[in-house]
Ligand binder design. Structure first.
Ligand SMILES: Nc1ncnc2c1ncn2[C@@H]1O[C@H](COP(=O)(O)OP(=O)(O)OP(=O)(O)O)[C@@H](O)[C@H]1O
Ligand SMILES: [Mg+2]
Length: 353
């Protein structure tokens, strides 16, 4: 690996330039462009069929691009075969060899690359230690749990020290607790190796937890790229606002300096564009029974205690539902209670697509 953990994130590792893929008449990936920075952990997030795996396959070289160029470390690798790219891949299905031991599985890619035998042992030991499986080196993968098998797959990728690691839903088969443990492991390995990691998931919480930046995909296109905070606080479209975190979205059109919606006329911030067609408010920014004169009439439908906060569903005019999160120590709201719903216009996001 060319980077060490202490080096800051610098420069561009991968330059993806109008890379696209079609299968017959099916457009799997529209031409997309994206710069992946050296040493960052970027997640490709998006619904099923949005093109995440296709983009990963194009980067790895497992699939040929229909359009565009792929530059790695300044060198055009669009037509380079898989094994000539300095890239490791980890899939959701671990694809371990059942007839080989854990150690032999991890040694396999080094043997394929003709690494001298004396180096293989120490490299495999290092990789085993990195994923915490030194004690299981001589077992069969069949004698391991799902989480342990995923660690072996990770070690098998780390062992040849690629400077780019691609992971396609590697934690999808694990239960929630184990997934969180493995997320921490991946963050630690990312720090320790300094590798550039592109991680595919359709789980927005996982993306928020792991990423330096998130690339949100939809319909074979990139909707928005940004840090988790930018994506949550400054979504560029209704799709992003809806996909990342919980949101309340009111659609409408600007009329006389307000947004006319099905639930009434909503105030907007000064200088809001005349093209605004939706306002988005996060559940934690909704105020109940505040003093704003425009506050909307609502009725409490459900109130669910969720540990650190309480999640309240409120019906507005026309049965438009609003989700509110309020600190758990506040009084419970009885079903059927009439409440006023408002927010500070500066806490809302104004969207035009
Ligand atoms: N080999 C193929 N032949 C034809 N169409 C394909 C092929 N691979 C992918 N597609 C199509 O391209 C689109 C994008 O697929 P892709 O596998 O990249 O999505 P994804 O975002 O990884 O979805 P998921 O979250 O379900 O894994 C889909 O509509 C899919 O049906
Ligand atoms: Mg996929």
């Amino acid at each position: 690996m060319s980077q060490t953990a202490t080096e800051a994130v610098t420069g561009t590792k991968l330059s993806i330039n109008q890379l696209g893929k079609t299968y017959g008449k099916t457009v799997a990936l529209q031409p997309v462009s994206l710069e992946v920075r050296t040493g960052e952990l970027l997640t490709l997030l998006g619904p099923s069929g949005s093109g995440k795996t296709t983009l990963l396959q194009l980067i790895s070289g497992l699939v040929d691009a229909t359009t565009g160029r792929l530059i790695i470390d300044g060198v055009d690798q669009t037509d380079a075969p898989v094994h000539q790219r300095d890239i490791g891949v980890v899939f959701q299905s671990y694809a371990l060899f059942p007839h080989l031991t854990v150690r032999e599985n991890i040694a396999f890619p080094l043997q394929m690359r003709g690494t001298p035998a004396d180096q293989i042992k120490s490299r495999v030991d290092d990789a085993l230690a990195m994923v915490g499986l030194a004690h299981a080196a001589d077992r069969s993968p069949r004698a391991l749990s799902g989480g342990q098998q995923q660690r072996v797959a990770l070690a098998r990728c780390l062992v040849y020290r690629p400077s780019v690691i691609l992971m396609d839903e590697p934690l999808g088969a694990l239960d929630r607790k184990l997934r969180e443990v493995m997320q921490d492991e991946i963050k630690r390995i990312h720090r320790e190796t300094g590798a550039t990691i592109i991680f595919v998931t359709h789980d927005q919480e996982e993306a928020l937890a792991l990423s330096d930046r998130i690339c949100l995909m939809n319909n074979g296109q990139i909707e928005q790229i940004g840090t988790p905070r930018e994506m949550y606080e400054k979504p560029a479209s209704v799709f992003v606002a809806d996909f990342i975190g919980e949101s309340n979205i009111f659609k409408g059109a600007m009329e006389n300096g307000q947004l006319a919606t099905e639930v009434g006329s909503l105030p907007v911030q000064a200088a809001t564009s005349a093209d605004t067609s939706a306002v988005m408010v996060r559940p934690e920014d909704i105020i109940l029974n505040g003093s704003e004169p425009w506050a909307l009439d609502g009725t409490v439908i459900e109130s669910t205690y969720a540990g650190s906060d309480t999640r309240v569903t409120i019906a507005l005019k026309g049965d438009k539902m609003v989700i509110v999160r309020r600190p758990a120590q506040m009084d419970d709201l009885a079903r059927g209670l009439a409440v006023k719903v408002s927010w500070k216009p500066e806490h809302a996001c104004y969207l035009d697509n």
